[in-house]
Design a protein around this ligand. Structure first.
Ligand SMILES: [Zn+2]
Length: 161
């Protein structure tokens, strides 16, 4: 996306109240064609039988994934990370599975691994926080949380030597 598109997009988003990704569908219920999440009674959730009248609409998590627009970003670093990488990645994926089962919009967006660091992005602030707490609880280390002014994005740095 170039700068002009980005600024048009930002302008578009500022015209909505609240989180642009939580803009409700125009009719009462919706079904996400990508992941099967159902919007009903004001929230997105997993549901075995979507209502027959549900309109087809990408859910906020799938929109964020398509846009590459995370709500949470975790940066992991330190020697401990390289020594325990598989174990730590398992913890992250298990935390996602538990969170996503209860909250349809809380998912991993991307996990990028580099020498000496791992970056994890999420579709929800809550999942990023939960991963941060899981890392602290399991491995201690140093952790810092920083929220954007509107509190719709959290950046988390975790480090252990
Ligand atoms: Zn979806």
């Amino acid at each position: 996306m170039d700068k002009q598109q980005q600024s048009q997009k930002n302008q578009l988003y500022t015209t909505h109240h609240g989180d642009p990704y939580l803009k409700p569908p125009s009719s009462g219920s919706a079904l996400c064609p990508q992941c099967g999440a159902v919007y009903q009674q004001g929230r997105w959730a997993w549901q075995d039988s979507p209502p027959a009248e549900a309109q087809s609409l990408a859910c906020p998590a799938c929109q964020r994934i398509a846009d590459g627009e995370p709500a949470g970003t975790l940066q992991l670093s330190g020697d401990f990370l390289d020594e325990h990488r598989d174990e730590i990645l398992n913890l992250i994926h298990n935390t996602e599975a538990a969170e996503k089962a209860q909250h349809a919009l809380e998912r991993l967006l991307k996990v990028s691994e580099e020498q000496g660091s791992v970056q994890v992005t999420t579709t929800g602030v809550h999942l990023a926080n939960r991963i941060g707490h899981a890392l602290s609880a399991a491995y201690k280390g140093r952790i810092e949380y920083s929220y954007s002014e509107d509190e719709r994005h959290v950046g988390i740095h975790w480090h252990r030597d």
